[in-house]
Ligand binder design. Sequence first.
Ligand SMILES: [Mg+2]
Length: 436
Amino acid sequence: MINPADFQVVVLMGGLGTRLKDYTKQCPKSLVDVCGRPFFDYQLDLLSAWGFRKFVFLIGYRADMIEEYYGDGRDRGISIKYSYDGEKLLGTGGAVRRAFDLLEDDFLLIYGDSFMDIDYAETLYRYGRDKAAGARALMTVLRNNNRFDKSNVVMEKDGRLALYDKHNPVPEMEHIDYGVCVYEKSLFEAYSPDEAFDIADIQHELSVKGQMTAQIVTKRFYEIGSPASLDEFTQYVKKRFESANPAVFVDRDGVINEIVWNDDIEQLDSPMKVSQFKFLPGAAEALRTIKEKGYRIFIVTNQPGAAKGKTDLATLYDINTYMIENLAKEGVEIDDLFMCPHYPKKLPGTKEEFLIRKCNCRKPEPGLIYRAMRKYNIDLSVSYMIGDSCSDITAGAAVGLSTVFIGDLKCDLCKKLKDVQPTFIAPDLAGAAQLL
Ligand SMILES: [Mg+2]
């Protein structure tokens, strides 16, 4: 498993910001003020929270201002190196090639004018796994259906990326490249240092050769390419960071979806493949009610199935993606999902041993809730935890949330809960939604 602290992040920051010229006369796009902070600070906070520490900034227009503001990164606990675009406009690919000597063997590439709040642990996991099977790059993609811009990616049913082409759209394209990619450095070797080229050329070629893997993301991105999109992001920041929001933390299995009979182990268990995932009747409706009451929804879920060797981590990610995409189709937007894939003990079937860990995120520990609190501004005093296990109630109570237990609280469970009793008991998620 790749550790984000060891993985380099390269940021394209050289753009002229032409469409934003009233703002970029004085400063580069990445430093445009959003609610009192430079735009890129918000993205850098996200990446720092995921554990990334090594950065290379590719700078051009008003490079001096970026270097002066961020320096070597030491005061943020990170390291930043700089590569200068030079006089000639080199395009995205040329800017990366120009930084060749600063690049490590593999790196994450993002844009300095975009806010991309995705699961970066999944990005690194998928890249590491699929590289071993011949992939040389990873592209994050979003189901788009021409919502944000023209779709440009064909995804196969099994989750493989079949084609990326931004110039020649075909009807099968339902996804769009999201703007976060991982590359092998050697892909840039054949270009000469002052050659101008678009990185899309590399992406297209890799997709045709079957060497580009993908991560499907579910949350929209924000960028500040135009005054309208800058305004949209400003509103988003005001809502997410400047005001404290009420939130509902929701357990997944047994609350949103059915627990399934697993033939292999002859036990009731979490779904171990996408086809086993079934929404409980009324769950989507209930989540919609919670949203309509003004709460953010965070799903917090223990999924030790891969650590126990019953499935793999990629499938656990796929199941979450399936759930979130289907809820979105029903008009329910999940604000975020936090999963603990760990298990403290090695079992005979364990294949992905990096998941064996005594962690602080497996409920009843409240680590998943803390993670949400670091990313969002949450008013805990008016927030709830909803779950069907003692561990959900214990985790919620540990951070001072009101709690709703789903199901019949039988006496054996009462004993297990000892001092911690749920604030409310409800028969299902719909019942819980009514209580809030
Ligand atoms: Mg549960």
